[in-house]
Ligand binder design. Structure first.
Ligand SMILES: Cc1ncc(COP(=O)(O)O)c(C=O)c1O
Length: 376
């Protein structure tokens, strides 16, 4: 059996989790949280990073931070994760579903240009598979709409770059995921990355259950009290210890994932034209984060047939995002109906192969053989 994902233990994760308890600070913002935050800030060049219980929680914080209110809209790729949109809809925004372009499968600036108007408070692109989306094209469109903030959903892209700049450093905010399926994990976890110093204080109030506890801890007020909206967003230091164990081994994790990606790519490239599938396109100006390996099959029937054959063979390849714009939940929160033909097409043809940090060459080769046999 080859699972789609297997959570990893690469270094001192378990030891750090025990230390987190023994050193007497197991709740949020403990010593391991500080270390992990420093690694993230150093990698992204951000002014602050707040570890959260999930990327979803970080997206919800960003929705509170951009102050979306009824009448406002937020642009989200239809080829996206449910909570990329839901986080903003929960805050009362209506969603404008944007199509993707067919190369990096990121938000399409041409469709974005058609959707933008002065109700838009945020644009939330995804760096799908850890490959930078068209940030230049998006910035060009957004220049005309200064009231809209860029929030990068960087769940897949920690340590990836775009024109030499870290993914997650372009938006007013960006968000990370440390869910067990991601590159760096702690079971469930995430981070809100803050790139504008003017947002730091309020982000901490929202993070601290709507209180000015941070100002109190810094000796700026003599007691802390309820100030603003917020929730209990913080990641336990036990899980931050797990995360720090992974971040310490980031070179090893990225090297193993790059190896897996390259082995699939080299094995599959030679037969792609003959069998009619395509592989990820990583432009020269992007360093990808090696988050996943996907292929696009010629049509939906072929994708579904190959998926079934692999699954019958106990190789758990899988599909990915079901279009948000036509899902019942998406239709309920849409500002207006929009057409996303590329999303519909890609969603029906995309297949993700098993991909995780500890996958070995024998399993990678077995997946390749089974995939090519299923298609031949
Ligand atoms: C692009 C994207 N954003 C957000 C999420 C949600 O992450 P989490 O499970 O950490 O809330 C996912 C989950 O896979 C995702 O793919």
């Amino acid at each position: 059996m080859i699972p789609f994902n297997r959570p990893s233990l690469v270094g001192r994760e378990l030891e750090f989790m025990q230390t987190a308890v023994e050193q007497g600070h197991a709740s949020a913002e403990g010593p391991f949280s500080k270390q992990a935050t420093a690694v993230i800030n150093d990698a992204i060049g951000s002014v602050d990073a707040l570890l959260t219980t999930s990327c979803t929680a970080a997206l919800e914080m960003s929705a509170m931070m951009v102050d979306v209110s009824p009448g406002d809209t937020v642009v989200v790729p239809s080829f996206g994760f449910v909570t990329t949109a839901l986080a903003f809809a929960r805050q009362g925004a209506k969603i404008l579903f944007c199509d993707i372009e067919d190369q990096q499968l990121g938000l399409d600036p041409r469709h974005l240009d058609e959707l933008m108007d002065d109700t838009v408070r945020a644009v939330v692109p995804i760096h799908y598979a850890g490959i930078g989306c068209d940030l230049d094209g998006i910035a060009k469109v957004m220049e005309k709409w200064p009231k809209a903030s860029l929030v990068e959903d960087n769940a897949h892209g920690l340590f990836g770059t775009y024109r030499g700049r870290p993914l997650g450093s372009f938006g007013r905010f960006s968000t990370l995921s440390f869910h067990e399926t991601k590159n760096f994990i702690c079971g469930e976890g995430g981070a809100l990355v803050v790139n504008d110093a003017a947002d730091v204080d309020r982000a901490h109030v929202l993070y601290d259950k709507g209180t000015n506890r941070r100002a109190f801890l810094h000796g700026q007020v003599d007691k802390y009290s309820w100030q603003d909206t917020g929730s209990s967003f913080g990641l336990s230091d036990v899980l931050a210890g797990y995360l720090q164990g992974q971040l310490d081994e980031r070179a090893t994790i990225l090297a193993r994932r790059q190896h897996a990606f390259d082995r699939y790519y080299e094995a599959l490239k030679p037969r792609s034209a003959e069998l009619g599938y395509t592989l990820p396109v990583v432009p020269d100006h992007c360093e990808q984060a090696y988050h996943m390996f996907f292929t696009l099959l010629p049509d939906a029937d072929t994708r579904n047939r190959v998926l079934k054959t692999l699954n019958d063979d106990e190789i758990y390849a899988t599909f990915h995002y079901v279009p948000l714009h036509s899902a019942p939940g998406g239709q309920r929160v849409a500002a207006r109906p929009s057409e996303c033909p590329v999303t519909d097409d890609i969603s029906a043809r995309l297949l993700r192969l098993p991909f995780y940090t500890s996958i070995d060459d024998a399993d990678l080769d077995r997946v390749v053989d089974a995939f090519l046999t299923a298609l031949s």
